[in-house]
Design a protein around this ligand. Sequence first.
Ligand SMILES: [Zn+2]
Length: 345
Amino acid sequence: MTRARLLVGIMVLGLTVAGVAAQRGPGIPPTGTIKNVRDNLYVIPGQGSNTTVFVTSTGVVLVDTKLANNGEPILKQVRSVTDKPVTMIINTHTHPDHNGSNDYFKTGGAKVEIVTHENTAKWVAANPRSNPAMTPDRTFADRTTLGKDKDRIDLYYFGAGHTNGDAFVVFPSVRAMCVGDLMAWNMAPLIDPATGGSVIALPDTLEKAVKGIRNVDLVIEGHGNVNTWAGFRAYAEFNRALLTAAKGALSRGETPEQALTALTKDTKFAVFLREQLLPELEYGGTPKSRALINLNVAFQELKGEPVTTNFGPPRGGGAPGRGRGAAPAPGSGPAPAPVPPAPDK
Ligand SMILES: [Zn+2]
């Protein structure tokens, strides 16, 4: 089983707790050391999603809890900066690398409130592998505010993207926000059509966030980076350009590879189209190969076909719908590529 396929299993099928623990491979880095983002806001990398830690006057709020069986390492990192109890978990979306260790913080009847977007609650309820600690105690539709003054958190929902339940979590006092997997590793995001994700909806959602969210300058991605507001704006622009390139190529009878070539001509998008494998990227591929995947997804969505290319272009041809027996298109290959072992940190 390639590491890429393993992650497909973890993220989409939601392996059992034991299964995830057993298959925790060398390609998924361990829970890392807590890093200060700004003031009372921290991030813990590794083992799936970033876990964001917001220390309020009354307790600790976590955004996302990584894969299963990481509660203890997460708490150990939290304890290095505060003795306050964990009182709330916000899950940015339904994937089990973001809510997998909720249960650790709920054991023994601990009063920890779980908060998600209302669509994420539906996906959690629909997934037979969910455990009760993934079920939210509180949901929101378009916008809500938790806490006040320095402890205030604003939650926003602007539409589908990675799934159709992706929350933006804003901490106004420290001018920072979490964006879940709407943005991860600063590259075209994975799209999960099984939970309502959409390449067509994504640019609208990101542009609404750019317009609707104010006074943020640090953006914590779902995996990997802490980016800037300017980086987030550029990312929104790139995802719009990707969809525009797909529409243009499709209307001219061209392939997703030709759309990628057109996209590459605008040098301002170079950062999103790099050809290097990024260290610690769990699901493999390069920024460029992920852009090609999303162009394939866009072709399928625009044609009204079921999305089957969100983990790689079809074998034997880059253009979906061309048929699996067709000659390989130039530049298409088996994707995503395997990830090199992560360096120890
Ligand atoms: Zn995800």
